[in-house]
Design a protein around this ligand. Structure first.
Ligand code: 6MZ
Length: 357
């Protein structure tokens, strides 16, 4: 990786639309947490060390790793800590608009409800000190930067439905999202192990979310389940993530529906969902001018960053600086926020282009 090019990618303002909170935790934090639980005898530290340090994981192994991460992170104070750290890490590499997604978790044994989990997330957001954060919902202008000259960042939340959940649990997450709209929750994501669960289980909750005006993004086509992919496209979500295993017919459907795709290059390669970067569908979508946005997915788990993803796209697909900048800027069109935020972000990019030239 060329250092100068990577630094340039860091300096470009960026929009991150597909980042899972628990997949974005720093390794150093995971180790620290593992040591504490290891000392208490809750886990065996060396087991954690082996799993965290492993570089290539199949998609199946990744979900085992998430179960382990959740053991380390799922109490209120740790959720607050990782939220603060993850937001500050994105801010440090010039992410100016972040949609952070997380699965609200219930754990009766420690008095955690989905709501209290999300309250802990919000506390982490409010604890961010390295940048000024705007998390006001569409229409409300209560906490927009107030003329501050500090570095600023917009943060919005998507609540994830895990594919292991029941219809009722999915509905609870949607109702929670509606309750927390004033706190910057803008939409719903469907994620989790793609070989688990059925589309029909989540559909009632997703339909309800859509009717209520929440934005929807779906993990779609991480495995070649063409029937499910077709049903997901027919649902017309606002965006989809991955789109790795589409057959010809579903490609045609996706392109004609113009649904924006969140592309996670490193994640797809590391999990072997795509066998090699040279055949990644980014190229086809980019050439077709299909709406797409580069994202990290799980920057901690896959040891990446959004700047590295841009750098990887540039070196793998031969994109120059002008194309890279345009790619970063065009992502504004696909964010789940109002026109005021979009206009402000466009102004940020205009300023940046003057400095970069
Ligand atoms: C599908 C994924 C994922 O929600 O606990 N998640 N789901 N495909 C992926 N590609 C590799 N990466 C992460 O963050 C972790 C959770 O996000 C989902 C999984 O459900 C994982 O447990 P939160 O903050």
């Amino acid at each position: 990786m060329n250092r100068e090019e990577l630094e340039w990618c860091v300096s470009v303002p960026k929009v991150e639309l597909h980042a899972h909170l628990n997949g974005s935790v720093r390794n150093s934090t995971l180790f620290e947490l593992a040591r504490v639980l290891g000392d208490k005898g809750v886990i065996v530290f060396s087991d954690v060390e082996n799993v965290i340090m492993k570089d290539d994981r199949t998609l199946h192994e990744v979900f085992k790793l998430f179960d382990l991460i959740h053991i380390l992170t799922t109490d209120h104070s740790t959720v607050t800590r990782i939220t603060k750290e993850v937001i500050e890490d994105f801010a440090a590499e010039n992410v100016v608009y972040l949609e952070l997604r997380t699965t609200p978790k219930r754990n009766d044994s420690i008095g955690m409800s989905k709501r209290s989990y999300m309250d802990a997330v919000m506390e982490g957001l409010r604890a961010v000190s390295s940048v000024d954060v705007d998390y006001s919902p569409p229409g409300l202008k209560t906490n927009r930067f107030n003329g501050s000259t500090r570095k600023k960042m917009y943060v919005r939340f998507l609540l994830s439905i895990d594919r292991r959940e029941s219809t009722e649990a999915a509905m609870e997450t949607v109702k929670l999202a509606l309750e927390m709209r004033d706190l910057g929750v803008v939409g719903i994501d469907l994620s989790g192990n793609p070989i688990v669960g059925n589309w029909s289980t989540f559909l009632p909750a997703l339909k309800f979310a859509k009717e209520q005006g929440l934005y929807i993004t779906l993990h779609c086509g991480e495995v070649p389940n063409q029937e499910e992919i077709k049903a997901m496209i027919d649902f017309l979500p606002n965006r989809i993530g991955h789109a790795c295993c589409f057959d010809e017919e579903n490609w045609r459907k996706l392109k004609s529906a113009k649904i924006p795709v969140e592309i996670c290059l490193t994640s797809n390669i590391r999990t072997e969902t795509i066998s090699s970067i040279d055949i990644h569908h980014f190229v086809d979508l980019y050439k077709a001018k299909h709406p797409l946005v580069l994202c990290t997915d799980d920057s901690g788990v896959f040891s990446t960053s959004l700047s590295r993803e841009y750098n990887l796209a540039s070196s793998s697909f031969g994109l120059g600086k002008t194309e890279m900048f345009q790619l970063a800027e065009i992502a504004i069109n696909f964010i789940f926020a109002d026109d005021g935020v979009k206009a402000d972000l466009r102004a940020t990019f205009e300023e940046a282009v003057k400095k970069l030239n």
